[in-house]
Design a protein around this ligand. Structure first.
Ligand code: NDP
Length: 252
């Protein structure tokens, strides 16, 4: 696992100028903070998520900071079909012609319960949202990422729960192991083609709604904020990570 000190990467202010980057779960949590930050560094951000009001709030914040105007594309990862992904791809193709970055950020926690008691319906919902949808979305956007003149960058989001034998993490832990495997497989397939880089970020304990749900007794103010891990996303989306492929950055 590649580990960078938080303070080690300072991005130039125009790092993402002229780039189009899609992020899932852009209406709240880490995804919202990343969307606003990458817009500040010059990116036109395609905001996707299932809650339009939240996406509009992120959009307004991007407008307020005078960054390039974002685009809202509602997308429910639990319910989306191949036809929805194709429609999204076609919309981006018509509007921008290419895609420079994809941040697979959205996920759900599911229940923190013993595997023996895990409900099948929830199991499928977690794996569909956290793994299958990310595969389908990434696969459908690949042709546009390959058209990027900057070298397309794909980021998946992993978690410590996918690395350790933590109890009661159920489908979430399994989904994060799978995402790590998906990233590694895709990165290996791209290695010799040289067009794309495919990596992952493990945000580490970060102050969001998901973290509060997972650790209700924890004091959120003891945790770092999403804004403190933006450096990892900037690094992987910008030119300084050209040639970095198949790595997981632990954003602690
Ligand atoms: P949040 O729960 O705060 O945000 C998750 C985002 O995913 C929300 O924007 C949510 O939208 C969106 N989302 C959930 N389900 C769907 C769906 N069906 N379709 C589209 N969007 C959906 O979580 P975090 O910001 O904390 O997590 C972001 C990523 O970081 C996740 O992959 C998580 O696993 C990972 N992570 C987080 C850690 C932490 O400590 N916070 C630690 C390790 C990993 P909505 O607003 O509608 O709910």
């Amino acid at each position: 696992m590649t580990k960078f000190p938080v303070s080690s990467y300072t991005a130039p202010s125009d790092l993402l100028s002229g780039r189009v980057i899609l992020i899932t779960g852009a209406g709240s949590g880490i995804g919202k903070a990343v969307a606003i930050a990458i817009a500040r560094y010059g990116a036109t951000v395609v905001l996707t998520g299932r809650n339009i009001n939240s996406l509009e709030n992120t959009y307004d914040k991007i407008v307020h900071q005078s960054s390039p105007e974002a685009v809202i594309c509602p997308l429910d990862l639990e319910l989306a079909t191949d036809a929805d992904y194709l429609e999204l791809k076609n919309r981006i193709a018509i509007q921008f012609g290419a895609l420079d970055g994809l941040v697979n950020n959205a996920a759900i926690l599911g229940d923190r319960t013993p595997l023996n008691q895990y409900k099948s319906e929830l199991w499928e919902k977690v794996l569909r949202t956290n793994v299958t949808a990310q595969f389908q979305l990434t696969r459908s956007l690949m042709p546009l990422l390959e058209q990027s003149s900057h070298g397309g960058s794909v980021i998946f989001t992993t978690s410590g729960a996918g690395h350790s034998s933590l109890v009661f993490w159920g489908a979430y832990a399994v989904s994060k192991c799978a995402v790590e495997g998906l990233m590694r497989g895709w990165a290996a397939e791209q290695e010799n083609l040289g067009k794309l880089r495919i990596n992952a970020i493990n945000p580490g304990a970060t102050r969001t709604a998901m973290r509060s749900k997972a650790y209700p007794a924890e004091n959120p103010t003891d945790l770092k904020t999403a804004n403190q891990i933006i450096w990892a996303y900037l690094f992987l989306l910008g030119n300084d990570s050209l040639g970095v492929n198949g790595k997981t950055i632990y954003a602690q």
